[in-house]
Write a protein that binds this ligand. Structure first.
Ligand code: 6AU
Length: 260
């Protein structure tokens, strides 16, 4: 039986993981379930965009390996903006290798992701060694990982038993797995935050397999907690106005969901 929906405030006080609590507190305070996927390639452009849109976001999601002029200063500045605007940083690295390799990829190399990202994601395909490896690099810090349990793209193999395996893996590693990248609600437990990408105000897709659904569909029909929006906001003439539109649509759908 489905549990009664909880407000963000209630979830913040009942969830046990401190990072999840922090996220729900931000969502409650800023009235936002919007994560911006800031898929731009220039660091100044990213920082300027995040500074303008920051007040409307609960999460900023990066793809650090598409930035052409990356420097450690970029991540320092991004952390400053996270403190200024009160959002979490999610590096969309989609780790998908054996434990020791992902551990080095997470903490090492040029990007040193574990030093600045609050949240990362991982494919469950290697088995739970991927989580154990990441967890070792994150020991003693307030970090979390999302498992990519379903994908928004056409023909995705992440379904049925694969998705069920991802849920089991998450339940076995509750201390570090804080939720899922998914297209539908997987567990009736707010300790696992369900984040849904492939969201746009008008449905459709792109030429490379992306499939869009509206914020209402993602939240009300599919049970998302957080909507992840990239081009729906960035590929417009006025990204600030677009972010406000998505924030309001997402929040309205959340309020609606509480009536169920
Ligand atoms: O809104 P868009 O289509 O411009 O951007 C969607 C963003 C991209 C993708 O890499 C990412 O969301 N994404 C993910 C994530 C977040 O893991 C999974 C997925 O199934 N689909 C998807 O689009 O940065």
């Amino acid at each position: 039986q489905k549990k009664k929906p909880q407000t963000y405030k209630e979830r913040a006080s009942t969830c046990t993981n401190p990072l999840v609590q922090q996220l729900y507190k931000i969502m409650n305070l800023k009235k936002s379930n919007l994560a911006l996927s800031v898929d731009l390639q220039n660091s100044q452009q990213i920082l300027q965009t995040v500074d303008k849109l920051g007040p409307h976001l609960c999460i900023v999601k990066t793809h650090v390996d598409i930035i052409e002029d990356f420097s450690p200063q970029f991540t320092t500045s991004l952390r400053d903006l996270a403190a200024k605007h009160n959002f979490l940083i999610f590096e969309d690295r989609k780790f998908g290798d054996i434990g020791k390799t992902v551990k080095s990829q997470y903490e090492g190399g040029i990007y040193k992701i574990s030093s600045w990202a609050d949240i990362v994601n991982a494919h469950p395909v290697p088995g739970d060694g991927v989580i154990k490896g990441l967890k070792e690099a994150a020991t003693g810090t307030n970090k979390g990982c999302l498992l990519v349990a379903e994908m928004s793209s056409a023909g995705s193999l992440a379904k049925s038993d694969y998705t069920k395996g991802a849920i089991k893996m998450a339940e076995d590693h509750k201390d570090f797995v804080i939720g899922f990248i998914c297209q539908s609600r997987l567990i009736d437990d707010y300790n696992f935050v369900h984040m849904t990408p492939g969201v746009k105000l008008s449905e459709g897709g792109d030429s490379l397999g992306q499939q869009y659904k509206t914020p209402e569909e993602a939240i009300l029909k599919r049970g998302a907690d957080v909507i992840i929006v990239g081009s729906g906001i960035l590929a417009t003439d006025d990204p600030v106005q677009a972010a406000i539109q998505y924030k309001e649509a997402g929040y309205k759908a959340y309020e609606e969901s509480l009536k169920n």
